[in-house]
Design a protein around this ligand. Structure first.
Ligand SMILES: N[C@@H](CCC(=O)N[C@@H](CS)C(=O)NCC(=O)O)C(=O)O
Length: 228
């Protein structure tokens, strides 16, 4: 198996955490993609994933799987013992629902804020982000506010349960964790009173699958290197 990604970015991090949770790192070859140089918007990459985003899983039979949820489901079911996507019909439905909320309420709006209301990843990529649209920064700011409201929602969820989808760590936790990572990089802080969310985050940060990846620095390091 190959994973086409760039370490340090939030969606690639979702898969790297899932791989580590499943103990599958050694079975994967990582293929770096120059996201800052917009390699993922060029025909060779678009043939692998027409959405033009990372990560992409390449199977040994030559097929490509994109979308972090689909990749995580594949990895989680490889050993017939899913731990990240639910075991019973109820668990599976809860994980699916809550991870989708984590994407829709936090991770995706943070991405829109980052790419439209800030300098994002620089000029090569900005050329693909509707730079001529006047309403772009305003849309980005609204998405930023939506992400902060999403954090308040998840703070409420985590007051009542140890993990995002209930009693067990799951793909939903990974998605929300990646959303908060991205929020840090984009300069969006959790609102005052988010103690349940921040305590959950600290617990997740201590999991070996997350903690042992600290050498593969998350987004802020790349941004600093770029002078942002
Ligand atoms: N829905 C996709 C989102 C993937 C995504 O947005 N990846 C980011 C990297 S964190 C990306 O490739 N961004 C490039 C761009 O927006 O041009 C997934 O779940 O994998």
């Amino acid at each position: 198996m190959k994973i086409h990604d760039r370490p340090g970015f939030p969606n690639p991090a979702r898969i790297r955490i899932a791989l580590a949770e499943k103990g599958l790192d050694a079975r994967v070859e990582f293929v770096p993609v120059d996201l800052i140089g917009a390699e993922h918007k060029q025909p060779a990459f678009l043939a692998k994933n027409p959405s033009g985003v990372l990560p992409v899983l390449e199977l040994d039979d030559g097929s490509f799987i994109s979308e972090s949820t689909a990749i995580t489901e594949y990895l989680d079911n490889l050993d017939g013992q899913p731990t990240l996507t639910g075991r019973t019909p109820r668990e599976k439905a809860m994980v699916h629902m809550m991870q989708r909320r984590a994407e829709a309420y936090v991770l995706d709006p943070v991405g829109l804020y980052f790419h439209h209301a800030t300098p994002g990843l620089g000029s090569a990529l900005q050329a693909f982000k509707s730079p001529d649209w006047d309403g772009r920064a305003e849309m980005g700011r609204r998405e930023g506010a939506k992400a902060v409201a999403g954090m308040t929602y998840f703070n409420g969820v985590l007051k009542d349960a140890p993990f995002v989808a209930g009693d067990s760590f799951s793909m939903a936790d990974i998605t929300l964790f990646a959303g908060l990572m991205f929020a840090d990089a984009a300069g969006l802080a959790a609102p005052a009173g988010s103690s349940a969310l921040l305590q959950w985050r600290e617990r997740v940060a201590q999991r070996p699958s997350v903690k042992n990846r600290s050498g593969q620095a998350f987004l802020p390091v790349d941004l600093k290197r770029m002078g942002f």
